[in-house]
Ligand binder design. Structure first.
Ligand SMILES: *Cc1c(COP(=O)(O)O)cnc(C)c1O
Length: 397
């Protein structure tokens, strides 16, 4: 079957909750993906940063296959021999005393919300069911009803109420606004250190540090959603490290499995994560041995291939080169590490389609932004291969 035939079947039988580029991928390796017509593309999205380690990384593949032959699912009703080691390795790598595994990113965000509320009632003594969580405009934390309850994006929420109460929204980048929104019932402030889906929005220097200090001073938890920015994407293990911030709770997902399998986790110290009691929270698949083995291998690749350093170095180079492209359409090039945005004066979709025709897959976000976020295993030669095509596309009429 060819591309058109696959697309027709998909459009007929599948819900249309995405508007994908018309490329049907059948295999991938490293930074490259291949479509059913045999065309090769450079992946500049990395499944929204889930494949930081590159597609089908051989070591993660091996860990997955080995584990799949042994045992895949025990449920947490029993213990398994992979999860304890994932806990320990996550702790050693991130500096958090404990973690709680889930599957999708949204589930981990829900878990963090529940954890912050629990902490508010048990530790801070907020009156029961009165806890508030402060979030910021243009956030993206996932798609559950509770999460879209505090989204500011009309298409994420319009037809999906009634909404979950308990969230207060202030502008991103304004630490004073957070301080002003804190009440005795505030449990937590939750935000992305860089807003990926909003179009790679980087807050003003010092913002994260200030928010973290405001949280400490007011006995409020700071929750960093690093599902997209974390695990080396921005050139450090966590984007919050750029301001030497260690959030009270950090949420990870996406690259935690190198793209093989949904694995997410909530990271925190024992004084917080230790509050959950048996029966209060759970997931049938969360922390299963297959997920744990895959996550262990994915973390090992991040460490051994020094992907944070690589993202910092190649990201700086890629961004400099992109900034130098003369183009009537470009408003701004910004980013950190290999999370880069080219913001246009005009809609980005047709530029993404033109890039696709030249063998580069990038996806527009928020209409006017092209995001360049290739797997972190990319090399300079490949960036140099892509630049002339990008230059050409940024100069189409
Ligand atoms: C992708 C993402 C999520 C949601 O993750 P899913 O696995 O799609 O549920 C949450 N927060 C951020 C910052 C993300 O980029």
């Amino acid at each position: 079957m060819n591309t058109q035939e696959f697309i027709e079947i998909e459009d007929q039988y599948g819900a249309h909750n995405y508007h994908p580029l018309d490329v049907v991928i059948e295999k991938a390796e490293g930074v490259w993906v291949y479509d059913v017509d045999g065309k090769k593309y450079l992946d500049c999205l990395s499944a929204y940063s889930a494949v930081n380690q590159g597609h089908v990384h051989p070591e993660i593949l091996k860990a997955m296959l080995d584990q799949a032959k042994r045992v895949t699912l025990t449920s947490r009703a029993f213990r398994n021999d992979q999860l304890p080691l994932l806990y320990k390795e996550l702790s050693e790598m991130t500096g958090y005393e404990m973690s709680l595994p889930m599957n999708s990113g949204a589930e981990a965000v829900e878990t963090a919300v529940k954890l912050a509320r629990k902490w508010a009632y048990v530790v801070k003594k907020v009156p029961r069911h009165q806890a508030e969580i402060i979030v910021v405009g243009n956030n993206f934390h996932g798609r559950t009803v509770t999460i879209v309850s505090f989204s500011t994006e009309p298409s994420y929420r319009d037809d999906f109420g009634p909404f979950t109460p308990g969230f207060v929204i202030v502008n991103y980048g304004d630490a004073q606004a957070i301080e002003g929104a804190i009440t005795p019932n505030t449990a937590a402030v939750m935000l992305e250190p860089i807003q990926g889906e909003a179009g790679v929005i980087i807050p003003p220097d010092g913002y994260l540090k200030k928010v973290s200090e405001i949280c400490k001073k007011n006995n409020v938890l700071f929750i960093a959603d690093e599902i997209q920015t974390g695990l080396c994407r921005t050139g450090k293990l966590f984007a919050a490290h750029y301001e030497n911030v260690h959030a009270d709770i950090t949420i990870v997902g996406k690259a935690l499995s190198g793209g093989f399998y949904p694995v997410s986790a909530v990271l925190a110290d024992k004084s917080i994560l230790g509050l959950f009691q048996p029966g209060e929270h759970g997931s049938t698949f969360g922390g299963n041995p297959l997920a744990a083995a895959v996550a262990r291998a994915s973390l090992k690749v991040l460490r051994e291939e020094k992907l944070a350093e690589r993202a910092a170095e190649l990201g700086t180079y890629f961004m400099e080169q992109l900034s130098e492209i003369p183009s009537p359409h470009v408003k701004e090039v910004r980013g950190r590490g290999l999370l880069i945005a080219v913001e246009l004066h005009t809609k980005a979709r047709r530029f993404c389609e033109a890039l696709k025709d030249r063998g580069i897959l990038a996806k527009e976000t928020h209409d006017n932004v092209i995001r360049f976020a290739p797997p972190l295993v990319i090399d300079k030669e490949t960036i140099d291969w892509a630049l002339p095509a990008i230059r050409e596309v940024l100069n189409i009429p």
